[in-house]
Design a protein around this ligand. Sequence first.
Ligand code: PMP
Length: 369
Amino acid sequence: NVPGSSIGVDALPIRESLRGKSAYGAPQLTVPVQLNTNENPHPPTQALVDDVAESVREAARELHRYPDRDAVALRTDLAAYLAGQTSVPVTVDNVWAANGSNEILQQLLQAFGGPGRSAMGFVPSYSMHPIIADGTQTDWLPIFRRADFALDVDAAVEAIRARRPDVVFVTSPNNPTGHSVGIAELRRVLDAAPGVVIVDEAYAEFSDAPSALTLIDEYPSKIVVSRTMSKAFAFAGGRLGYLAAAPAFIEALLLVRLPYHLSVVTQAAARAALRHANETLGSVHALATERVRVSKALEDTGFRVIPSDANFILFGEFTDSAHAWQAYLDRGVLIRDVGIPGYLRATVGLASENDAFIVASDAIAATEL
Ligand code: PMP
């Protein structure tokens, strides 16, 4: 008998705009093959584990003090990583960090969205964008992608001109469809946008497409590039997201962030993980190779596979995707029903996990397609 369990959320004086909404819902189930949340399946190396442990041990001596509120050392390391990866000479003044890119996106909408303002996204895309819009009382303006799930740039530009959103989300590569958006297309979006354009590059390391970072100097008052250590960096449990933008954006975010949001432990662990970037990111190439193998196997079995630049694959077409999702789970394979009728999304895992997924797919194709 849980104290207080006699009432439900509807009995609370919750904001009207939140009534009846669903929470972010990737099921966290323990099954043999977990291919549902686009993590890097390669566990950290022993050297990285040891370095994180030693760094946290050192940092623990300072636990009685608040952390560096501005995470300067960590942001310096992140800037060096970004500059090396993209050849754009970003510095600590261009970079901000938070607990996962979800917190980055929330801080951005706290500063640039809010009551009376709107955010546009090209759907299907990352399901947290509208949820963060709701949480910050920003009107959500969804614009559909093409039937093949690629971004329809003409429709995007037209919608931006018509609706004049304060914030535009462009996800590249897009979750859950896997498409990257080219620099020329981004320029068209940026030219049309009256406000801020957030390019969500959570999966950038998996793609060969150039990063939107190259556009910061050209559109300093408009573009923010959001990144995360959750995917390619295999640091989802460490919770570290970051962004690159003109220094003025970081000044703006200082107005909304909670002081000391990044703990001493998080900062120390993230810096240690960054020191091992080369070995961790080595797995990205292996995952891209596996993505090609899995895509081909699915196609050979008769599935329609959406071409992906990321570490996941959207595929179908199922007669009933919810039923098909359960059929995978019954075979010990957890993938993701992202709410697109006829389609499911599978994260690319270790070769053995992918083999199990392919075996399940062969069986399921016979009854579910
Ligand atoms: N953006 C996109 C496109 C994502 O897919 C995800 C994770 N699923 C995130 C942001 C958030 O990741 P995190 O908060 O772990 O950085």
